[in-house]
Design a protein around this ligand. Structure first.
Ligand SMILES: Cc1cc2nc3c(=O)[nH]c(=O)nc-3n(C[C@H](O)[C@H](O)[C@H](O)COP(=O)(O)OP(=O)(O)OC[C@H]3O[C@@H](n4cnc5c(N)ncnc54)[C@H](O)[C@@H]3O)c2cc1C
Length: 338
């Protein structure tokens, strides 16, 4: 019997952890290296949201099929790692013109949201403002609590035999395969030149202390995602890679969130910022680098939680010599050239 490949995964965000678990499940000898501390995955809202992302985000719109496939891998991952997957769905609320735009977006994608009344919406999203007397409900979008899910992934990976090292990786090393899942952090471009195609997008998010459960709410320019408190997100600040909190970015988010949930005015608030990594076409880079024995799992933009199981499955297929599936070419790191 040939020896299990030794794989080093650089990065313990959602892409690194999910990939490490998939590789361990395929019999690889996996080490995850990360210095620790907050990352984009830990501050994210945890929405698994193919439908609303395709409707509301231009760069996601052409990729609904890929996003749906990724979402459909979530029940298996949730069961494998012991993650609670909330399937309450997501609601759009707002003025008539904006709701019409959202409805047209759904129609263009041939997804049928349900039109519901304000009281029904408040039943699904307790605390939602009395100002809304109608809403659009889609059950296509799901959610996890990001910090809890990261812990569950770490525990599942550890139980599967993955070892963890708290350190920064600066070079290729001697593992049979190096998987780079470093999010928006720079530093390994000399190891994998494709990383120079990534650029950062800073995102502020505001968490209000509240008992929260039920559906995610999408308003114009803001969402409110239950979980650990209610998260109002998120700004998209292209080209920014710092994580400093700026009042002029965070306070408008808080104000917009409180218009959705006015009863939370005065509740304790926690502000955070993280950095997403994006490629020029908004899709991740997944698969072989030009550098021998190096694979990439980076560039998931604002949908890293959503696409994580797809990325993990594809990387595991590459390492074990299996077919990486229908999106291998679309996500090939070579697509942007040298
Ligand atoms: C405010 C906000 C809200 C979001 N909400 C959602 C959402 O609701 N749904 C969704 O799907 N996505 C969401 N996202 C996007 C999502 O968070 C990211 O796409 C995803 O977390 C990226 O995961 P990652 O593993 O690639 O990177 P990260 O989570 O950033 O992890 C990268 C890790 O690599 C480590 N690292 C970097 N360099 C090195 C090195 N040289 N050596 C060792 N370790 C290294 C870092 O320490 C870090 O832990 C949100 C993002 C933000 C900012």
């Amino acid at each position: 019997m040939s020896k299990a490949p030794r794989v080093t995964v650089v990065g313990a965000g959602v892409l690194g952890l999910t990939t490490a678990l998939a590789l361990a499940d395929c019999g690889c000898d996996v080490t995850v290296c990360d210095p620790g501390g907050p990352n984009a995955s830990s501050i994210a809202a945890g929405m698994i949201a193919p439908a609303f992302e395709a409707v509301l985000d231009e760069s996601a719109r052409p990729h609904l099929d890929l996003l749906m496939l990724a979402r459909d891998l979530w029940p298996g991952l949730a069961q494998r790692a012991g993650i609670v997957l909330d399937r309450s769905g997501a609601l759009a609320v707002g003025d008539e013109t904006w709701l019409e735009t959202v409805a047209a977006g759904f129609a263009a994608l041939q997804i049928r949201p349900m039109s519901i009344g304000g009281d029904a919406a408040r039943g699904l999203a307790p605390g939602l403002s009395e100002a809304f007397d109608e809403a659009l409900l889609s059950r296509e979008d799901w959610r996890v609590d990001a910090p809890t899910a990261l812990s569950a992934l770490t525990s599942a990976a550890t139980a599967a035999g993955v070892t963890f090292q708290r350190r920064i990786v600066r070079e290729r090393g001697d593992a049979d395969v190096l998987v780079i899942a470093t999010g928006a952090k720079e530093g390994l471009e000399a190891v994998a030149p494709e990383l120079s195609h990534l650029s950062p997008i800073k995102g502020h998010i505001v968490r209000v202390a509240a008992q929260s459960a039920g559906a995610t709410v999408r308003g114009e320019g803001v969402y409110a995602a239950p979980g650990s408190g209610l998260a109002f997100g998120a700004t998209m600040e292209a080209g920014r890679s710092d994580v400093g909190i700026e009042d002029d970015k965070a306070m408008p988010l808080l104000a917009a969130g409180l218009r959705l949930f006015p009863g939370l005015r005065g509740a304790p608030v926690q502000m955070a910022a993280g950095v997403r990594a994006t490629t020029p076409d908004g899709l991740p880079m997944v698969g072989a680098s030009a550098a021998p024995g190096v694979l990439l799992a980076v560039g998931a933009r604002r949908n890293g939680w959503l696409v994580a199981p797809l990325v993990a499955t594809m990387v595991a297929a590459c390492v074990t010599g299996r077919d990486a599936g229908p999106y291998a070419a679309a996500l090939d790191p070579a697509r942007f050239g040298a």
